[in-house]
Write a protein that binds this ligand. Structure first.
Ligand code: BES
Ligand code: MN
Ligand code: ZN
Length: 501
């Protein structure tokens, strides 16, 4: 963890971080100082020789050789037009330098008249929150399982250098940092869970982590084991789980932040701890990435952590149907017909379309526990990767107003969400001759039919489906997202629920 301090003098630090724009560099030519030492000459020559032109996300590292107290000066290119998104991205670029220099401490100077005006027009809280989120999320390191102990990098101290008027408002800076740190810890929780291998994270182990979180947050948790699932007629979750020696679980966590309200958010996360495809076995190539098939569950747990630790005045029920999708002599087979908790029956045509099955019982469970509006989050379809690549989460809804709230929240978080149409005609693709529904509509409109299958269990309540199959797990890092699990949608869900309480 990082300790944050706020003062009007530079604390002794390993490096000083200054945000500069093109205009300041031009004014430097006319003699307006940036650092106020001989370093300014160096900065000017870097600018004139196009080594530092202040283009987007550029960060220059300058050794200060005793000219100032800090051993390094980091110059980062700031441009007001890029807003909070730009700051989050810039601070992710700064994080790369901070980490490669293995800095223990950093002074961030916001004590500059022009920057001060610019940040206050943008909103100081949002700006500072974006800076800390970008920096800390990009510093995340995946836990590895090597023989030798892992040495995690940690930025021990971050010192804000503020002027007197900024210091008079220090509570605002502290609040922004506090909220950012809660977001960061919550996203990290989601990333850590999603990065865990399938042998470490079975449905029972995921349940253990959920219990641990509920315990920390002092929240009520229900865990439904396979016997209770049978009593509750959860044929879909049981069906998906029946092929594995690791039994399925339904996890339900309650957060009551506003007892006076009848409204309750239902957050339902797909918790397939490993997806082999079952009898409709997946090809071997990249199957190891299916450790991330509980990314939806991780996202709703992360969001819950953020909501509960920020003590939002809202009611939330988090529901996680969790199972391991395995082929075996007792696994579901194509042609099987199962009965979901809602009473609707489903013809299994592809055992690899298991996410929508467990979500069906998850949706019914959330409604039974009082959810009045629902958001499900799931690594549901490969088709969303075909449509959107890894650039956006796909969305489907039965309620335009709720959808617009989700999109507005995602604009704030910088996590892109793109809505697909949900025309009634698509529903024909998942009609079955022998049951109410079949679990796959084939290749055409795969993300849409997958989403609409889940929506069939919304009982007419406002509902949004978020397909994170393309965004939950990356093969390369980008911006503030590190390679592997991203924890995507944690911040968007938090934003959604905090803005619409
Ligand atoms: N977990 C997968 C979807 C997925 C694919 C997630 C790639 C992340 C990366 C899901 O359970 C699945 O297998 N979906 C099938 C559905 C099809 C059989 C209708 C798919 O997308 O092929
Ligand atoms: Mn599957
Ligand atoms: Zn899956």
């Amino acid at each position: 963890m990082t300790t944050y301090t706020y003062g009007n003098k530079e604390q002794p630090s390993d490096a000083l971080l200054l945000l500069v724009n093109k205009q300041q560099l031009q004014q430097l030519k006319q003699g307006a100082p940036i650092v106020g030492t001989a370093l300014d000459q160096h900065i000017l020559s870097m600018f004139e020789n196009e080594q530092f032109s202040a283009k987007a996300n550029q960060v220059a590292v300058i050794a200060t050789l005793g000219l100032i107290n800090e051993r390094y000066l980091l110059l980062a290119a700031y441009s007001e037009e890029d807003g909070a998104d730009g700051l989050r991205e810039l601070f992710a670029a700064i994080a790369k330098q901070v980490k490669s220099l293995r800095l223990a401490s950093l002074s961030l100077s916001l004590n500059n008249a022009e920057l001060e005006t610019s940040l206050s027009t943008q909103g100081v809280h949002h700006s500072v929150q974006a800076m800390i989120e970008g920096l800390q999320l990009a510093l995340y390191e995946r836990t590895v399982m090597k023989k030798e102990d892992q040495k995690f990098y940690n930025l021990q101290a971050l010192n804000f250098v503020l002027n007197d008027s900024q210091l008079a408002n220090v509570a605002m800076y502290e609040a922004a940092v506090n909220e950012a740190e809660h977001m960061v810890q919550s996203v990290k929780l989601a990333r850590d869970l999603t990065n865990m291998s399938g042998n470490d994270l079975t449905p029972e182990r995921l349940t253990f982590y959920a219990e641990q979180l509920a315990d920390e947050l002092e929240l009520d948790i229900e865990v439904l084991d396979e016997w209770t699932l049978a009593e509750e007629n959860m044929g879909a979750l049981l069906g998906v789980g029946q092929g594995s020696v690791n039994p399925p679980r339904m996890i339900v966590i309650h957060y009551e932040g506003d007892p006076s309200s009848d409204e309750k958010w239902g957050l339902v996360g797909k918790g397939i701890t490993f997806d082999t495809g079952g009898i409709s076995l997946k090809p071997a190539a990249n199957m190891e990435e299916m450790i991330s098939d509980m990314g939806g569950a991780a996202a709703v747990l992360g969001a819950l952590r953020a909501i509960a630790s920020m003590k939002l005045a809202v009611n939330v029920v988090v529901v996680i149907p969790t199972a391991e999708n395995m082929p075996s002599d007792r696994a579901l087979k194509p042609g099987d017909v199962i009965t979901t908790m809602s009473g609707y029956t489903v013809e299994i045509v592809n055992t690899d379309a298991e996410g929508r099955l467990v979500l069906a019982d998850g949706m019914t469970t959330a409604i039974k526990r009082g959810a009045t509006k629902l958001v499900d989050v799931a690594t549901l379809t490969g088709a969303v990767l075909v449509a959107l690549g890894t650039e956006a989460t796909g969305a489907i809804t039965n309620d335009e107003q709720l959808m617009q709230q989700v999109i507005a929240a995602s604009t704030r978080s910088g996590e892109r969400v793109w809505q697909f149409p949900a025309y009634d005609e698509y529903k024909k693709l998942i009609r079955s001759d022998v049951a109410d529904l079949k679990n796959s509509g084939g290749r055409h409109g795969g993300t849409i039919t997958g989403g609409l299958f889940v929506g069939h269990f919304a009982q007419g309540k406002p509902w949004v489906h978020l397909d994170i199959a393309g965004t939950a797990f990356l093969s390369n890092s980008r911006k503030w997202e590190t390679k592997g699990a991203t924890g995507v949608m944690v911040r968007t869900l938090y934003q959604l629920i905090s803005e619409n309480d």
